[in-house]
Design a protein around this ligand. Sequence first.
Ligand code: ATP
Ligand code: MG
Length: 199
Amino acid sequence: FVEVATPTIISRQMLAKMTIDDEHELFSQVFWLDKNKCLRPMLAPNLYYVSKDLLRLWKEPMRIFEIGSCFRKESQGSTHLNEFTMLNLVEWGVPMEERTAHLAEFAKLVMETAGLPDYELEQEDSVVYGDTMDVTYHGIEVASSAMGPHPLDGAWGITTTWAGIGFGLERLLMLREGGRNVKSYGRSITYLDGTRLNL
Ligand code: ATP
Ligand code: MG
């Protein structure tokens, strides 16, 4: 996988191309900076954008990843942060019949590396991607995946097959450390490595 690093500020148009408009469930969770700019709620729009260009330069299969902050207005709870860190892996040009196996391989790679080999794969229905496969650990969702050809691809000029998966790194860290609240593991001025500083 080749690492890419893309901006956390994205345009309204980039979001609209993900079909996240004002009728969409995620839309009300978006932090707007002004009329045309917001803090990205996901990495996918930028990954679609750079991939279209990279696919012209590089041979398929092409694998890229990004680790970056994402922002969503959430009704809090122990597994949600307003600012969290996503790890997204995408393979472009994966053979159709190998997409699910590759997603399972990526899940295994990340979960074993995170020290959480005891994970499960579950079918889910995503508001953005339709049918997806989730990775869960002791009942908590840690990742969602999707594959293409997909109805969103056309808007980005993508015509190849793909398989992608996005992990929430704070949830992985919390679960590995046996923590109860993801807030202790996110970007914080109160917690360092899961420990409260102002005791
Ligand atoms: P949930 O249903 O738990 O709210 P989601 O399905 O909306 O999550 P996705 O869009 O699938 O989340 O994002 C991929 C991954 O990013 C999730 O599996 C999770 O690990 C992580 N994630 C999503 N939202 C948050 C958040 N607000 N705080 C921390 N991690 C998050
Ligand atoms: Mg999900």
